[in-house]
Structure formats: C-alpha cells, structure tokens
Design a protein around this ligand. Structure first.
Ligand SMILES: C[S@@+](CC[C@H](N)C(=O)[O-])C[C@H]1O[C@@H](n2cnc3c(N)ncnc32)[C@H](O)[C@@H]1O
Length: 275
C-alpha cells in the first residue's frame, strides 16, 4: 500500500468523508455495499461489453469497499487493478492477488502514477468540486486504445413530480450535500460532452434506474444515506427530523411509489494514435 497527500480545495463543510460519509462511522462499509449490490452487475456488464478482460491494467478511482475492483479480477480476468481511495480501510480488509491498494486523494496532482487500459470511477466525481478538471486528468491516465468509464447519479424527478415523503427528502439531501461537501449531480448529464472535450472519441452513455422495492439494496442504500446526511438536510430548512423519519418508513413500506435516482455511465475511448 502507498500513500499520497490531499489537494487544497476544501468546501465549507469539509470534503467527502470528513463531515458526511465518514468511513469510521459504524455501517459506512455496509452503506457502500448496498449501492454496490444495486449496481455492480450493471457496471460489470458494461465494462465487459467494452472489452475489458484478460491483459488489461485497470485503475479504480474512489474504489470504496472494492467490489468492482475484485470482480474485475475474479470475473473479467483482468491483469491488475490499482484501487485508489482517500481511505483504504475497507479495501485493505480483503487483499486478493492482482489488487494493489493506494491511499490517495485523487484531487492531489500526481496522486496516481502510470497509465491504464481502463480508468473507472463510480459515484466519486459527483462528490468532488474539482470534477471538470478531474475528468481531463483521468482521461490523461488512459493508455492509447483504452477507455475511461465514469458513473454518477442522475435524478430523473422534475418539478411536476408529486411531493411525497421521498421526493421532499431527496430534494433536501441533494441541496444539503451540495451546501456542505460540494456534491453536485447537475453536471452528470453533461459527461458525454465533457469526455469528448477531454479528447476521448467515441463517447457514449446509458442510464440505469433500479426499482425502489421495499427492503431492496437500493432502498436500504437511500435509507442509510439519509441517516448519514441528516444534519446536512436539516440545515437546508427544507425538512425537519420528523420528515426524514417519515421518508425512511415510507421507503420501507408498500406505500412507496417513487422513482429512485439512477446511475448514468459514460465512457470514452483514448484514440489509439495519441501519446
Ligand atoms: C460513494 S463511494 C463509491 C465507492 C465505489 N466507487 C462504489 O461505487 O461502490 C465514494 C468513494 O470515493 C472515495 N473518495 C471520495 N473523495 C475522494 C478523493 N478525493 N480521493 C480518493 N477517493 C475519494 C470515498 O472514500 C468512497 O470510498
């Protein structure tokens, strides 16, 4: 395991993992795993469709508990994965051959050495205020002929979506996270354009929205995420603690009638002639 030092651009409420989504808070690994259970099959299917397989050297940025990194090795048979995260406690729990772990803040220049056939980041850039700059930096880590794959959240509800306990709390969560740690999903639909602007060609994107079935991984992920962002939500003034509790009960009940935020995955290829 290696280490690198953090960048300087600190939002008012601290950065991801400092005030909100602290890895040392009990249950944070489980929360990330609920998200992984909801999305890993979709992610792996896309990566394999892009040709990721034997011989590939991969970088998993903000790898979390490492579910994608490990499945790349176990199922896609890639040569190696460098899993980078600002806090590697979950990655270090289960070492596997071919998995290298590096503790680094990816906003720090030079935090990731080398170039890779696959550079992957899921549910990471949306939390980082430097995202536009980082897309260009991550594109620069892709070998000629390789691919950059970014996945982040999209919320498909609109102003006309009826107000329910779910929509009220989701709205407060996005606003609260934006005000505290700088999370911003309004950029995510622009990823095809941003990857193209970073010199990748061709680019494409898709969206997956998991069904909000009571007790499902995605429902439990949102309930846990609301608990962890409760203070940020209350600070918006849009909801009170009773509304958050009500939304958590609503999510777990058969009365729930809501559309989950989904995952947009965008990929772009590094032209083979580029050095
Ligand atoms: C929502 S989790 C996603 C984990 C994993 N990519 C997944 O989809 O299951 C975000 C991850 O990004 C990491 N992260 C956040 N900011 C980071 C930074 N500046 N540098 C490196 N990792 C960061 C967090 O520690 C966390 O593990």
């Amino acid at each position: 395991m290696t280490t690198a030092s953090p960048g300087d651009d600190v939002p008012d409420g601290g950065r991801y993992g400092e005030t909100v989504f602290r890895p040392e808070q009990a249950g944070e690994g489980e929360r990330i795993d609920f998200g992984a259970l909801a999305y890993d099959d979709i992610t792996l299917a896309r990566l394999r469709a892009l040709g990721v397989g034997p011989g590939w050297r991969c970088l998993d940025v903000g790898a979390g508990t490492g579910t994608v990194s490990r499945r790349l090795l176990d199922e896609a048979g890639v040569a190696s994965v460098l899993a980078v995260d600002r806090d590697v406690r979950f990655l270090a729990e289960r070492p596997v051959p071919g998995l290298d772990v590096r503790e680094a803040d990816i906003t720090a220049p030079g935090s990731v050495p080398g170039r890779f056939h696959l550079v992957h980041a899921r549910f990471v850039l949306m939390h980082l205020p430097e995202r536009e700059h980082l897309i260009a930096r991550l594109a620069g880590l892709v070998e000629p002929g390789g691919v950059l794959v970014l996945s982040d959240a999209v919320d498909l509800t609109t102003d006309r979506t009826p107000t329910t306990p779910y929509t009220a709390v989701m709205r407060a969560m996005w606003q609260g996270l934006r005000a505290t740690i700088g999370t911003d999903i309004s950029w995510v639909p622009s990823y095809p354009h941003l990857l193209r602007a970073a010199g990748l060609l061709p680019v494409a994107a898709e969206v997956h929205v998991p069904p909000l079935v009571p007790g499902s991984p995605i429902s439990r992920f949102w309930a846990d995420t609301w608990e962890r962002s409760r203070a940020a939500m209350l600070a918006t003034g849009l909801v009170d603690t009773r509304a958050v509790d009500e939304a958590i009960r609503y999510l777990a009940s058969d009365a729930c009638a809501a559309l989950s935020a989904g995952m947009l995955t965008c990929w772009g290829h590094q032209p083979a002639g580029r050095r």
